[in-house]
Design a protein around this ligand. Structure first.
Ligand code: ADP
Ligand code: ZN
Length: 736
């Protein structure tokens, strides 16, 4: 398999070193991460595996690499059609022969892929589950050598989860029909029930489970007190994530729209996304988020599955998520590439009251309600905790983190907790004495001793609780009440009325004591030390300009290739380049994430960008086209010429001499070239370049890349893609 690369490896190499060899030559990674190595070994050896790894943990490698090492094609079942193209593009960039089969392909396209599979021209094939289950497809598979079956997002088999896909249950045909081909099931979310379902459908009862820690150390978790959420958000983005890509989750469609509008009005590149928008609008937003740098999407939870962008630098929550699972999944979309990222949330009294109330109102069966209440409690405990947030999260998922993490707000700036038993008793008794039916505003008025109209009308100024809390301010009381609701001492009814729960009794009687956090949430947020922020920037100030230049180069390159930027290099790789500042191919090749193919394709350009910065002056560099190897080589040649031009611009050349009549020989040559390009690219002739452009070219007769600029119909993309060949054609005719 993968003939161009495996050749130098002796066939007698043990699995281990063959795997390492591929890891470094193709992926450019010096080592496996955690359990990856054991998984690869297991699967290459023909065994099955169940893989549980968090988002960004490196699941893909666990089936991609074995597919290259085993005979036949690796079949990857994935529910996310939108992601398949990305993954295939990424693999092709590495020089791996990959393709996908799903409903986005035309009949002939799909047929071609099937042929490639049958004739052993593919290393990896991504297939939508419904497609895989078609009798015709199963027939084809029976006749082709298959390296393995990988079932990605395997939790989709389970009815217990949110992502249930009925087609996934049909996958039980794999163990039945292809019993001897290894099966790897992979997921980032699987509780015991889900795990059991996966094992049952895919017959993995005896398969080893590979579980890696669910910790995401590069994500900084923070929760701030909600005061003026939009300006807090803006402040957060501006001071810590200016020009970064991020997601802002909101509860309702309305607040999604408002938030996006507000951020855009403040000059940020923000877009809304929710299920109420047209499919076209949604896919445009998603495309822009994936293909451009620094786009912010304000979204409901509808924006999620399929967001595989590795350099999402922050995930913000303006409203409470529904559960800890939801929160962790949503925040997990930040920092897949392992670089510092932030999970930021604001939350306040109103959120707590709202979610508690919604739960109380729900007419779900009692046991479901109880389960949901339990999940909500866990989330509220997380929000209110005075200890390490990561420890709380991991404990919830059954993992123990021995030491506080040092990278969450409570670690970075420990809040004070204080014995607030007396204050809690005051607040509870205010609720009880006023009849367990008033909201927090009124209770606070009573505690502070405010003679409002409502207080006087109801005679609450005569209660013994009236004014007992006057030595604290309103903010303190709101915080105490919020924590009492969060912790289940107060309950919110349909009309936001608060009542003491049975749990409050012991507290009121003085039998238990209560430690609450003093609300330092907001001041802490504001005073988060410069050091903590600076330490979290992806690159140091010193390397930032080069990092920025590399990103700009990558973006242009990605545009020309019509792939998302991260398909070319991840931020993590660009960061390493910016720090290392390599001056040779050999040094550049040592960077993690640069394998042989990428070194060959992009080495020259990257080194040139770096050189520009080493000498202090940004290099004038223009990236180019070509979705294939030939394209890359050709592109380098184009770049060379563009470079020479920009080094010594000759003004006269920018204004080519105008010929009155089109040269018919040139026109004919260009027509012939167009036929050729059309055959090569699969585009119709007029897509390559229109007749009018051909005539204009035959009239102007440009001789250099610069002269091509300004010819009607020749944009940057076409120049980059075809410029060189056009010039060759013209020069051949005119120079005889
Ligand atoms: P998952 O599918 O588990 O969310 P991916 O397979 O997309 O994660 O991998 C996440 C990131 O980690 C990718 O950028 C990938 O290239 C990188 N990665 C995976 N394995 C390694 C490794 N052994 N060394 C360095 N980077 C790795
Ligand atoms: Zn911590």
């Amino acid at each position: 398999m993968l003939a161009w690369m495996t050749a130098p490896v002796a066939p007698t190499h043990p699995t281990h070193s063959r795997a390492l060899h591929l890891l470094s030559t193709i992926w450019g990674y010096p080592a496996f991460r955690g359990v990856q190595e054991s998984i690869v070994e297991q699967v290459v050896g023909g065994g099955n595996a169940l893989v549980l790894m968090p988002t960004g943990g490196g699941k893909s490698l666990c089936y991609q690499l074995p597919s290259l090492l085993r005979e036949g094609v690796g079949i990857v079942v994935s529910p996310l059609i939108a992601l398949m193209k990305d993954q295939v593009d990424t693999l092709r960039q590495l020089g791996v022969r990959a393709a996908f089969l799903n409903s986005t392909l035309s009949g002939p396209e799909a047929f071609r892929v099937e042929q490639q599979m049958q004739s052993g021209e593919l290393d990896l094939l991504y297939v939508a589950p419904e497609r895989l289950l078609l009798p015709r497809m199963l027939e084809l598979l029976s006749g082709a050598p298959i390296a393995l079956f990988a079932v990605d997002e395997a939790h989709c088999v389970s009815q217990w989860g949110h992502d249930f896909r009925p087609e996934y249950q049909g996958l039980s045909i794999l163990p039945e029909r292809f019993a001897n081909i290894p099966r790897v099931a992979l997921t980032a979310t699987a509780d015991d029930r889900t795990r059991a379902d996966i094992k049952s459908v895919l017959h993995l009862w005896d398969a080893p489970e590979f579980i890696s820690s669910f910790d995401r150390p590069n994500i900084q978790y923070r929760v701030a007190l909600k005061e003026s959420p939009k300006s807090q958000l803006l402040d957060f983005i501006r001071t810590e994530h200016a020009s970064d890509a991020g997601i802002v989750y909101c509860m309702s469609r309305k607040s999604v729209e408002e938030t996006a509008k507000w951020l855009a009005a403040q000059g940020l590149d923000a877009l809304p996304y929710h299920a109420g928008l047209s499919p076209q609008q949604r896919s445009e937003t998603q495309e822009r988020f994936l293909n451009e740098e620094g786009v912010i999407v304000a979204a409901t939870v509808a924006f999620g599955m399929g967001i595989d962008k590795p350099n999402v630098r922050f995930v913000a929550h303006l409203d409470l998520p529904k559960s800890m699972e939801g929160y962790y999944q949503e925040t997990g979309r930040a920092g897949r590439d392992g670089l510092p990222s932030t999970a930021w949330m604001v939350y306040g009294l109103q959120d707590v009251v709202n979610v508690r109330r919604m739960l109380a109102q729900s007419d779900a069966p009692e046991d479901v309600k109880r389960a949901e209440a339990g999940k909500l409690d866990a989330l509220l405990t997380y929000c209110e905790t005075a200890s390490c947030r990561r420890q709380v999260i991991l404990a919830y998922f059954g993992e123990t983190l021995a030491e506080p993490c040092g990278n969450c707000d409570t670690c970075l700036n420990p809040p004070q907790s204080r014995d607030l038993t007396r204050e809690a008793q005051m607040a509870l008794s205010a609720a009880v004495r006023t009849g367990n039916r008033f909201g927090s505003v009124h209770l606070t008025d009573v505690l502070l001793g405010k003679q409002t109209e409502k207080v006087l009308a109801l005679g609450h100024h005569q209660l013994p609780t009236f004014g007992v809390g006057a030595s604290h301010d309103e903010k303190m009381w709101r915080s105490v009440i919020r924590q009492l609701i969060s912790l289940g001492y107060l309950n919110a009814d349909d009309h936001f009325g608060l009542s003491a729960t049975p749990k409050a009794r012991a507290l009121l009687r003085g039998e238990t004591r209560l430690m609450l956090r003093e609300d330092t949430l907001l001041p802490r947020e504001k005073t988060l030390k410069k050091r903590d922020r600076a330490g979290r920037a992806p690159v140091s100030d010193q390397d930032a300009p080069l990092f920025g230049a590399l990103r700009a180069w990558r973006l242009e390159r990605a545009r020309a290739l019509a792939v998302p930027p991260y398909v070319i290099f991840t931020d993590a790789t660009l960061k390493l380049i910016a720090e290392l500042r390599p001056s040779s191919h050999a040094t550049l090749g040592t960077v993690s994430g640069i394998g042989q193919r990428k070194l060959a394709d992009y080495g020259d350009e990257v080194l040139q960008v770096v050189r520009g910065y080493a000498s202090g002056a940004p290099a004038a560099i223009r990236p180019g086209p070509g979705p294939d190897e030939a394209g890359a080589r050709h592109n380098n040649a184009v770049l060379e010429r563009l470079k020479h031009k920009s080094a010594a611009p000759v003004p006269a050349l920018l204004d080519p001499p105008e010929h009155a009549e089109p040269n018919s020989e040139v026109e004919e040559a260009l027509r012939e070239l167009r036929r050729e390009l059309s055959r090569e690219s699969g585009h119709s002739a007029f897509v390559v370049y229109p007749n009018a452009t051909m005539t204009a070219l035959a009239t102007r007769q440009p001789r250099t890349l610069d002269e091509l600029r300004g010819v009607p119909g020749l944009g940057e993309k076409r120049i980059v893609a075809y410029g060189e060949r056009i010039l060759d054609a013209i020069n051949t005719v005119l120079d005889g």
